[in-house]
Design a protein around this ligand. Structure first.
Ligand SMILES: Nc1ncnc2c1ncn2[C@@H]1O[C@H](COP(=O)(O)OP(=O)(O)O)[C@@H](O)[C@H]1O
Length: 200
């Protein structure tokens, strides 16, 4: 992994966009830009830092196309906590590895941004509102379609972050059960946390 040149600004959107053009197909870049825009929008709606949300949105899928062996090797090298489901489906590690790339290649040190990138696929119990925003933007950006349940979760994301996280987890988990796929336990923990938050 190449490191950011010392003369480059620690944060430069164009530098990230150029990297994405070299490492990610155009169709995924379009998704990434919609996540960036929706994360900014949600942050504004919930009085959060829009720049932090947009940066996390722009960098959430940096490792999306890393091969499984590279994801596993990086997870091991950086001692990321892994579950047997990650080993069976290393693609799930792309969220945590994207945070590593943001740190090592683009010099991102803001731990809230790094956590939001890391949490974008499976969430995390007690995750911050910024993490909720990026998790929701990834699942609910306009390119995800307008099925009634997706639309309902999208509308909820502008009202109540935890309620929307609970709805998105339920949608993903139902889909995984229906297609007989493995379920990563962290999303179950995220789902229970989000529903419990609503009761407290
Ligand atoms: N809780 C989970 N357990 C197992 N697989 C999951 C879970 N959540 C998402 N996935 C799968 O992981 C992959 C990556 O998810 P995601 O980052 O949301 O991908 P995308 O942005 O391409 O939809 C998808 O194939 C999705 O079905």
């Amino acid at each position: 992994m190449t490191s950011v040149q010392p003369d480059l600004a620690p944060w430069a959107r164009d530098t990230v966009l150029q990297w994405l053009k070299e490492n990610v197909p155009e169709i995924r870049i379009q998704h990434i830009l919609r996540v960036e825009a929706m994360a900014r929008d949600l942050a504004q709606r919930h009085q959060l830092d829009q720049e932090q949300a947009a940066r996390a949105g722009l960098m959430h899928d940096l490792a999306k196309y890393f091969p499984p062996a590279q994801l596993l090797a990086l997870a091991q090298k950086h001692q990321l906590p892994t579950d047997p489901v990650d080993e069976a489906n290393p693609h799930l590690l792309h969220a945590q590895v994207s945070a590593l790339v943001a740190q090592e290649t683009f010099g991102i040190t803001d731990t809230e941004i790094l956590a939001a990138i890391s949490n974008h696929t499976l969430g995390q119990p007690q995750m911050s509102d910024l993490s909720c925003v990026v998790f929701l933007a990834d699942s609910l950006e306009p390119g995800r379609g307008d099925r009634p349940k997706v639309q309902a979760a999208r509308e909820m994301s502008y009202q109540d972050l935890h309620h929307a996280v609970a709805l998105v987890c339920d949608l993903t988990l139902k889909h995984l059960v229906k297609t007989q796929r493995l379920i990563h336990p962290r999303m179950v923990l995220t789902r229970n946390w989000a529903w419990l938050e609503l009761q407290s």
